[in-house]
Design a protein around this ligand. Structure first.
Ligand code: RIB
Length: 289
């Protein structure tokens, strides 16, 4: 089956610093690099590296033509990435010596997708395919409605978190992935536990503690694999891309979560985002699948 990923594409600018800057502080970076990123692009690359067929639905500006080429080199289908007259999304990522980060985003072209662009992509989908979405683009409600009407499975990573976006989508999602902070925000905003949001499968990622799979009133905890974390940026996206790829390839939820945790444990030991997401071979070499 195919994964149709309605997702952001960002130019990630990484600043390595000794500590995260305080308000009003000017800080000299120890290092700088630039690469492919965006929660959507990271998930597409992760899914492709997990050997799943993935087609990215997104928008970039002329300054980001290279991002489309790089996605293609990484095995992602790119015919539904549109070049428009708005600059590519930009993320300034500051990472400190402990691997903590802060990210400032400029949405750019990611916020200019039209229903026609999304509809043209999903018109090529087949029942049982996945539609994957995050919160860094527009168009999620239209994509979810279209996906439902076509018999597609809908997976949604609720990041960056917006309670209203989750509320609008809740009845149309099969799988939601969010972190513990986002889960707490959702419970506060709705006054209901994540198990009662009308979503069949909810995965709450817990960083170094692993994750929780919540299905109706049942919940199962999965431990993380040990890792030497130097930079957690993109680890959640890697987890999600691998999770959906595993499900798409027919693994059960437990097997897909296990694969995703393995991929995330390798990812946190690396600096960078889409360009350093591990592939299946690296996971096999490390864990002997
Ligand atoms: O989750 C990491 C991603 O968040 C980065 O690649 C950056 O582009 C932001 O979208």
């Amino acid at each position: 089956m195919m994964i149709w990923n309605l997702g952001s594409i960002n130019i990630d600018a990484f600043f390595g610093v000794t500590h995260l800057p305080a308000p009003g502080e000017t800080l000299v970076a120890q290092s700088f690099s630039q690469g492919l990123g965006g929660k959507g692009a990271n998930m597409s690359v992760a899914a492709a590296r997990a050997a799943a067929p993935v087609s990215h639905i997104g928008a970039i500006g002329a300054d980001g033509r290279w991002t489309r080429e790089r996605l293609m080199e990484y095995g992602v289908d790119v015919p539904h990435i549109h070049q428009i007259e708005v600059p590519t999304g930009l993320a300034n990522i500051v990472v400190d010596a402990e691997g903590e980060n802060t990210i400032i985003l400029l949405q750019g072209a990611n916020g200019q997708l039209t229903d026609a662009m999304i509809g043209a992509a999903l018109a090529e989908a087949s029942p049982g395919d996945f539609v994957l979405m995050q919160n860094e683009t527009n168009g999620q409600v239209y994509a979810a409605q279209t996906a439902r009407s076509l018999g597609l499975r809908v997976a949604y990573a609720a990041a960056p978190f917006e309670a209203d976006a989750v509320a609008e989508l809740a009845g149309m999602i099969d799988i939601m992935i969010l972190n513990a902070v986002e889960a707490a925000q959702l419970e506060k905003a709705t006054g209901k536990p994540v198990s009662e949001q009308g979503i069949r499968d909810v995965i709450v990622t817990l960083g170094a503690e692993g994750c929780k799979w919540i299905k109706e009133s049942q919940q199962q905890v999965f431990d993380a694999y040990p890792a030497q974390a130097v930079d957690t940026t993109g680890a959640g996206d890697t987890f999600t891309g691998y999770l959906i790829a595993g499900l798409d390839r027919g693994l059960g939820m437990e097997g897909a979560i296990d694969l995703a945790l393995k991929a995330a444990s390798l990812m946190v030991a690396r600096h960078g985002t889409a360009d350093v997401i591990p592939d299946l071979k690296e996971i096999q070499d490390q864990f002997g699948l």
